[in-house]
Design a binder for this molecule. Structure first.
Ligand SMILES: Cc1cc2nc3c(=O)[nH]c(=O)nc-3n(C[C@H](O)[C@H](O)[C@H](O)COP(=O)(O)OP(=O)(O)OC[C@H]3O[C@@H](n4cnc5c(N)ncnc54)[C@H](O)[C@@H]3O)c2cc1C
Length: 270
């Protein structure tokens, strides 16, 4: 099935309406998961326009997910178009179970855009891999030009200025006849790239496990959140049973608390 416009902007919080995830196409429904499981019995329920899942189907999906019979999710496939800064794409493309096709800066020098947030996070002193939100943090930065000329900028203004300078230098190289494949070397990591990514539902949730929360960088976690929301829309019953690592941790803590309470009760009574 093909969608015309299903787009989520992912960096609106940073004052950016460029970064986005689009749903391009998908295959399979919640019933596909049920049918994949019933392949074991050589059974199949034909899906028509208004086919609804029975209670038995829903129970089966719950069973499959809780018992990790997750190969049954691999017949559901989805394709997205991502528009993210290069450093986010680099993190995303470490996930080898996705199939990717990306814009080539060997082939085009058009539509160059940059991710320039309006505020910044600070390093987390307790976790090298993490950063902390600090409201409206846009510190003053001092840059020295020559021996005595010190210029003062806000961090966001400096980043925008750097983007503009890089683009001017890139265009100057292109106009002087330098090949795109070499001229692109002056373009920074904040440049937006676009690519298609296709994945099956089993590997999609594994991607969410790693990138939606935990130690993942905020900018890629926004990609994962958008992917998660699209998956909820396409396969609501299956996704209802998926728990994020944070939810699993909370459940585990709750079960531990309950066991402690039971033990205390037992000892008080005995
Ligand atoms: C918070 C965070 C920080 C990170 N920091 C760094 C970092 O500093 N430097 C860095 O280099 N990377 C870093 N990574 C990337 C990380 O090491 C993984 O490459 C990435 O998360 C993809 O995970 P994966 O290999 O499980 O996923 P996928 O590549 O999607 O693979 C999914 C699963 O398929 C199997 N698989 C796929 N390919 C192979 C293979 N060739 N051999 C064996 N099994 C395979 C594995 O079971 C794997 O878990 C970071 C990731 C996270 C989430």
């Amino acid at each position: 099935m093909q969608f015309k416009t299903f787009k989520k902007f992912i960096y609106l919080d940073q004052g950016d309406n460029i970064g986005s995830v689009d749903l391009v196409q998908y295959m399979g429904s919640d019933l596909t998961v049920v049918n994949a499981a019933r392949a074991s019995y050589d059974k199949f329920k034909v899906e028509e326009e208004n086919t609804e899942l029975s209670e038995e189907d829903k129970k089966l999906i719950r069973y499959l997910i809780t018992h990790k019979h997750t190969s049954t999710l691999e017949h559901n496939i989805v394709t997205f178009r991502f528009k993210v800064p290069l450093f986010v794409a680099k993190q995303h493309m470490r996930h080898r179970t996705w199939s990717f096709n990306e814009i080539s800066r060997r082939h085009t020098s058009e539509n160059i855009e940059f991710w320039t947030p309006n505020s910044y996070r600070v390093p987390d002193p307790k976790n090298r891999q993490q950063s902390l939100q600090k409201e409206n943090f846009d510190p003053t930065v001092y840059i020295t030009h020559g021996e005595y000329n010190v210029y003062e900028y806000s961090a966001s203004a400096l980043q925008k200025l750097h983007a503009k300078d890089c683009l001017e230098r890139y265009n100057a190289l292109i106009n002087a006849g330098v090949a795109r494949e070499q001229a692109r070397a002056v373009l920074p990591e904040m440049m937006y790239t676009t690519y298609w990514g296709t994945i099956d539902l089993n590997n999609l949730v594994k991607f969410l496990d790693l990138r939606e929360g935990g130690d993942a960088q905020w900018e890629i976690s926004q990609v994962a959140i958008a992917v998660h929301e699209f998956a909820n829309m396409l396969w609501p019953e299956t996704m209802k049973n998926y728990k994020t690592p944070d939810q699993k941790k909370a459940d585990e803590e709750m079960r531990f608390e309950q066991r402690v309470q039971q033990e205390v009760q037992k000892r008080l009574q005995g």
